[in-house]
Design a protein around this ligand. Structure first.
Ligand code: MG
Length: 381
């Protein structure tokens, strides 16, 4: 029985992971759960899965949880998140908190030396060198849960890394693929949230529509697999069946295909190196018929280019890119700015930033704060 900790249990990835656990109750047991602020759902989860430790980031919800479960160990706030992340009575930690808030809990998880399923791409984007070096010293194995990186991880299984020429990340293109810039000027929040293939949280769905999600994934791939920006390519693949590909030096390409369902990569990470049966329905290629691939249009989707620039600039720039994006996306969700303005504001913040090379973890937290304040100032003015 593998004991599982879930950081971000009430989010989209967390609830999918619990579905996988429901399906394989003979293999997995929940040992600890942590959520941001959705106390109602967390209470339901605690009743059903009976974890030994529970954390909620929103300290205002602590008393409610305490009165529901008087004898359970409950922690709250940022400190509480880190305590759940480092809970020793577990075998596998799923890091699925959304956004920069996932950074410190992910680092605590990696410090334990246990296997970490990484769905929080921001921790790699912001502090990839730190996360990798902590994993090297603790012996923690990081298994990507992001579908593209899970695909690459699977394609690289058993291969000599020196024989890799290129990583090819696929992007669905989001709900606005094929539109002109002008046609996207007035898109509503509802339209942007209506992703054609994947069911995901709000922030990542908007990132998917701007292609910033793919940009962050390029940076994530760099830190997970050690490839330079010139060796990471993005292709639009609207069917979301081929989750990513690896091209080798002999020009052979290996790809991973499946139906678009996050339970697949989550189950793979939780059971690695084994595979679990029938997590996702089989992928009938004859019914799908055609698989298409094309180059993304950098003029229509400038966020992708901004992410490549941040990766090439290096140092603290990816931190700034990520933070400015989070502020711009939440301003769009609050209907304060238009869809096409998201990259404009991000670029303004990047242009104001003096890059620090090899920033320490404390510096990273400071640059994250700086970029958020700067983005809020520019958007507010
Ligand atoms: Mg992804």
């Amino acid at each position: 029985m593998k004991k599982i900790t879930i950081l971000g249990s009430t989010g989209s990835i967390g609830t999918s992971a619990l579905q996988v656990i429901d399906q394989f109750q003979d293999k997995f047991k929940v040992s600890a759960l942590a959520a941001g602020s959705n106390a109602d759902l967390l209470i339901d989860q605690v009743r059903k899965y009976e974890p030994e430790l529970v954390g909620i980031n929103d300290v205002g919800s602590y008393d409610r949880l305490r009165s529901e479960f008087p004898s359970l160990k409950i922690v709250a706030g940022d400190e509480g998140m880190r305590e759940v992340a480092s809970y020793p009575e577990t075998d596998f930690i799923l890091s699925s908190i959304v956004g920069a808030a996932g950074l410190l809990p992910t680092i605590e998880a990696v410090k334990t030396g246990k296997t970490v399923g990484l769905a929080n791409k921001e921790s790699m984007v912001m502090a990839g060198d730190h996360v990798n070096s902590i994993a090297r010293s603790s012996g923690s194995m990081i298994i990507p849960v992001d579908s593209e990186h899970s695909a690459i991880f699977q394609c690289l299984n058993g291969q000599d890394h020196r024989s890799v020429r290129k990583l090819i990340l696929t992007a669905s293109g989001g709900p606005f693929f094929g539109r002109t810039k002008d046609e996207m000027k007035d898109v509503t929040v509802k339209e942007a949230l209506d992703h054609p293939n994947w069911s995901m949280g709000r922030k990542i769905t908007i990132d998917s529509a701007t292609l910033m999600n793919k940009g962050l994934e390029v940076i994530e791939a760099h830190f997970l697999f050690g490839a330079g920006p010139e060796n990471i390519k993005v292709l639009i693949h609207q069917q979301s069946i081929v989750h990513s590909l690896v091209e080798f030096i002999d020009s052979s390409i290996i790809a991973q295909l499946s139906r678009p369902d996050m339970c697949g990569p989550i189950a793979y990470a939780m059971s690695y190196p084994d595979r679990l049966p029938d997590v996702v329905g089989s992928c009938a290629l004859d019914e799908i018929g055609n698989l298409s691939f094309s180059e993304p249009d950098g003029d229509i989707f400038p966020c992708l280019g901004l992410a490549y620039r941040a990766l090439k600039d290096g140092g603290s720039m990816p931190v700034v890119l990520n933070a400015a994006n989070e502020v711009a996306v939440s301003s769009f969700l609050d209907e304060k700015i238009g869809f096409n303005e998201i990259p404009v504001f991000i670029e303004k913040v990047m242009n104001k930033h003096n890059i620090a090379h090899e920033p320490g973890l404390d510096d990273i937290i400071e640059y994250d704060k700086w970029a958020r304040l700067t983005a809020e100032e520019i958007i507010g003015s």
